[in-house]
Design a protein around this ligand. Structure first.
Ligand code: CAA
Length: 397
């Protein structure tokens, strides 16, 4: 058994299009400050119909996978709550598109936005028992509540890919973590519905309560060691949610010395500015969101350094949450230089609200039995080329 497992490589992908939240607010006859200050969202990624969870996941993974990985990845785990097939997993396409050896296993996992963490934890366990081998975890989602709904400004689309190894170059993960299951209806999507159903204000409350619950468990087990945690990455349904969770923590009853807790929360609020940079521009990406927050924190914070301990809070409606910790590995910044970041977000194209509404409606074309998708001539990457007798075929350009 190897104890030193963790995230060896990580990359994210978000589609080429976005809308400006001020424009969306005007179109919805809403004060723009509600979106930009109240929810802390500036932009929202929009996915065109020729992209889906598989193409986004493959485009994220392509940035990090090399031939050594292709031979040593034994499991491809795909986390999503935007699945388009009840049987065949999205992981099977990714396995093929990336050319991973045929002896690997591929499967999909689900528990709302917690799914990415469930996949990651399964991967850590496998690599602890098989230190020479690797696991690829892909988390990808399209957050959809519907046009003109209260959830609309918290939509988005994106994917993260992570390779787990016993010699992690980015973050080595502590074996002990703190979780909670609480059977609730705060956000759910029945199989017949193309959009999520949500009890929005209750979901905010449950997120904050879950954070406090797992924090209290961590405090019980780790005591003053929590003092060493320099920053937290959060699941970000909208970026203000993390700030609300930290505020709830400062009002909650904990065992920690009051002064120490106040100082810690102040430090974490400070680091949060880095952890939300990408989320503010992408929107909710469900399973991928926490890991986009992690990348944002690591790439945008100018005070974190190798050796620092950071925490990750994962929340999935319904509900399951987990708080876990890891240490930044020497040279992690160089490892992250090679992958997506602010530059890729800057290169996206702003589209109008009518175009966004058209793309939103176009997703129903996925239900067609036969359709060829036309893609823009300047598109680069994996894309959904056609649906043929309900079978999906992907191409690369
Ligand atoms: N200027 C500045 N701020 C304003 C404002 C204005 N003119 N108008 C409103 N605000 C503020 C409000 O005070 C509020 O802030 P606080 O929460 O800090 O009080 C914020 O803007 C939002 O206002 P409302 O609560 O009135 O907005 P709403 O009723 O339209 O709903 C929402 C907001 C519940 C988040 C809704 O968008 C929603 O249901 N989203 C989907 C569910 C979600 O994201 N839940 C989060 C937790 S669940 C989870 O994490 C899993 C997941 O990914 C879904």
């Amino acid at each position: 058994m190897s104890n030193k497992v963790g995230i060896d490589k990580i990359a994210f992908y978000s589609p080429d299009y976005y809308i400006d939240m001020v424009e969306l607010a005007h179109a919805r006859d809403t004060d723009p400050n509600k979106y930009t200050i109240g929810l802390q969202q500036d932009k929202m990624s929009v996915i065109p119909v020729w992209e889906d969870i598989v193409s986004m996941g493959a485009n994220a993974a392509l940035q990090i996978i090399d031939d050594k990985d292709r031979e040593s990845i034994d499991q491809v785990i795909f986390a999503t709550e935007s699945s388009f097939d009840y049987s065949k997993s999205a992981a099977t396409y990714i396995h093929n598109m990336l050319g991973i050896h045929s002896g690997a296993k591929s499967f999909e996992v689900k528990q709302a936005c917690y799914g990415g963490t469930a996949g990651l934890m399964a991967g850590f366990d496998y690599v602890r028992a098989n230190p020479e081998r690797r696991v690829l975890v892909v988390a990808a989602d399209i957050a959809r509540y519907g046009l003109h709904t209260s959830g609309e400004p918290t939509q988005g689309a994106g994917a993260v890919a992570m390779i787990i190894s016993s010699e992690p170059k980015i973050l080595s993960i502590d074996a002990q973590s703190f979780s909670r299951t609480d059977d609730q209806y705060d956000f759910w999507r029945p199989s017949h519905s193309p959009v999520a159903l949500v009890d929005g204000h209750f979901s905010n409350q449950l997120y904050a309560d879950s954070f406090i619950n797992v924090f209290q468990q961590a405090e019980e087990a780790l005591g003053t060691d929590l003092n060493q945690v320099k920053a937290l990455a959060f699941h970000l349904p909208y970026t203000k949610m993390a700030k609300k969770a930290l505020t709830a923590l400062s009002d909650a009853e904990t065992k920690m010395d009051e002064k120490m807790r106040a100082r810690l929360i102040e430090d974490w609020q400070e680091q949060l500015n880095a952890a939300i940079v990408y989320g503010k521009q992408v929107g909710n990406t469900y399973t991928a969101s926490l890991y986009i927050s992690l990348m944002s924190l690591l790439k945008e914070s100018d005070s974190l350094k190798a050796g620092d301990k950071i925490g990750l809070f994962s929340y999935g409606s319904g509900s399951v949450s987990e708080l876990f910790f890891g240490n930044l590995v020497e040279g992690y910044q160089e490892q992250l230089e090679k992958v997506s970041g602010q530059k890729d977000l800057d290169e996206r194209l702003q589209i109008s609200i009518p175009d966004y509404e058209k793309y939103f409606g176009d997703r129903d074309l996925e239900y067609e039995a036969n359709i060829d998708f036309e893609i823009p001539t300047d598109y680069v990457g994996f894309y959904l080329a056609k649906i043929d007798e309900h079978r999906r075929y992907y191409d690369f350009k």
